[in-house]
Write a protein that binds this ligand. Structure first.
Ligand SMILES: *[C@@H]1O[C@H](CO)[C@@H](O)[C@H](O)[C@H]1NC(C)=O
Ligand SMILES: *[C@@H]1O[C@H](CO)[C@@H](O)[C@H](O)[C@H]1NC(C)=O
Ligand SMILES: *[C@@H]1O[C@H](CO)[C@@H](O)[C@H](O)[C@H]1NC(C)=O
Ligand SMILES: *[C@@H]1O[C@H](CO)[C@@H](O)[C@H](O)[C@H]1NC(C)=O
Ligand SMILES: *[C@@H]1O[C@H](CO)[C@@H](O)[C@H](O)[C@H]1NC(C)=O
Ligand SMILES: *[C@@H]1O[C@H](CO)[C@@H](O)[C@H](O)[C@H]1NC(C)=O
Ligand SMILES: *[C@@H]1O[C@H](CO)[C@@H](O)[C@H](O)[C@H]1NC(C)=O
Length: 313
């Protein structure tokens, strides 16, 4: 933009003469400039397709309801740019794989797929298992930690960490090998290469020694539900010969809450609406019953019934 070079000169010369008008002028230029380069949230039309909001769907045995939403329930809006919006929090998108009783809900976190085992709308808790370990291999390999944006999702106090150590020197001291080595009927390490090991939080000191770069190169830590770990790690032999896989299949819990406190979602929900978000996590509008979008919340719909219905289609 030309004014970005010229403006400081003009503003500098004129500042002491025309202080107020110049700052207004600068403000206006910036106001026009920002949406053009970064885009601004596209407004939801006053009437929207209410079917994206007021339906709960079952995916397999899991009830998918707001603030979660199915990936096929987004709608496109075009303003300065084209984007999709959801009736639900951006990060809580669920893809339903398959149909009927075998349907499996999947959520994507930090680029990895997690199978949704359960959603509790009362305690705001979602139970997830790494989709790679969800199958029935007795000794599954863990390939990555759990990485997610903490805007809406947070870790739960019911989780503890399970640590996998692999890519180890073949001469690992026997005291680690006998106790912590993953051994499924003598089959090779599920992680490939040499032996791999699994440690619970109780084995923290041994884990630190083994994971030191001298013996092993790779460490992956994943959350698991402490209640299931306590049960399965009672018998160490069973644990390292496949019991750990059961613990992984029971997954871990995350809790959800409002995202940033300065968007309008909380008052929207309190007025009976559902929050619409863009794919870029921007709060767009408050989706109210009857296919009407409120701004900032559903209270203004009842106040402005006339204008809302006359501008709809
Ligand atoms: C799903 O959960 C929502 C929210 O708790 C509830 O209103 C709805 O009745 C449930 N639907 C089914 C089919 O269980
Ligand atoms: C909107 O969603 C549809 C269907 O999921 C997808 O094909 C399309 O690419 C999305 N548009 C944008 C701008 O992300
Ligand atoms: C979206 O997916 C769900 C679950 O797979 C399915 O029941 C529903 O019919 C789909 N909706 C549309 C509009 O495709
Ligand atoms: C976690 O995800 C964020 C954003 O998606 C990314 O920047 C970061 O590198 C990831 N961290 C790891 C350890 O993968
Ligand atoms: C899902 O969570 C609810 C609430 O915590 C619980 O009552 C229910 O038994 C769980 N369902 C499954 C299949 O774990
Ligand atoms: C589990 O590990 C993660 C990542 O290494 C860490 O941020 C978290 O504090 C650990 N949780 C517990 C309960 O130790
Ligand atoms: C642990 O489980 C193994 C295999 O089932 C069994 O042989 C062993 O006796 C158990 N050990 C204890 C202490 O219960």
């Amino acid at each position: 933009m030309v004014p970005s070079l010229v403006l400081p000169l003009v503003a500098g010369m004129a500042a002491h003469l025309l202080c107020l008008p110049v700052s207004v002028f600068v403000f206006l230029l910036l106001g026009v400039h920002v949406p053009a380069s970064h885009g601004s949230p596209a407004p939801i039309p006053p009437s929207y397709d209410a079917s994206i909001c007021w339906e709960t769907s079952m995916c397999g045995s899991v009830n998918i309801s707001y603030p979660f939403y199915l990936s096929n329930a987004t709608r496109e809006i075009t303003y300065h740019y084209t984007s999709n919006y959801s009736c639900g929090y951006t990060d809580l998108e669920i893809t339903c794989q398959d149909e009927g009783p075998t349907a499996t809900p999947v959520i994507r976190l930090g680029g990895d797929d997690y199978t949704v085992l359960n959603i509790s709308y009362d305690s705001h808790t979602i139970t997830l298992a790494d989709s790679d370990v969800h199958g029935d291999a007795r000794c599954p390999a863990v390939r990555h930690g759990v990485n997610f944006s903490e805007v809406w999702l947070h870790t739960s106090t019911s989780n503890v960490n399970l640590t996998f150590v692999f890519d180890c020197d073949p001469d690992v001291p026997p005291r680690y090998t006998s106790k912590y080595r993953i051994d499924c009927d003598g089959v090779k390490s599920p992680f490939g290469g040499e032996a791999s090991f699994v440690f619970t939080p109780d084995d923290k000191d041994d884990e630190r020694e083994l994971a030191a770069p001298y013996y092993c190169k790779e460490v992956i830590t994943v959350p698991v539900r402490s209640s299931f770990l306590a049960m399965a790690s009672n018998n160490q032999t069973m644990f390292t010969s496949g019991g750990y896989g059961e613990v992984l299949r029971h997954g871990f819990e995350l809790v959800w809450s409002y995202g940033t406190t300065d968007d309008h979602c909380e008052p929207c929900e309190e007025s009976g609406g559902h929050c619409a978000y863009s794919q870029h996590r921007e709060f767009l509008s408050c989706l109210c019953s009857g296919g009407k979008a409120g701004n900032p919340n559903c209270a203004d719909i009842s106040a402005n019934k006339e204008s809302a219905s006359s501008s709809g289609n």
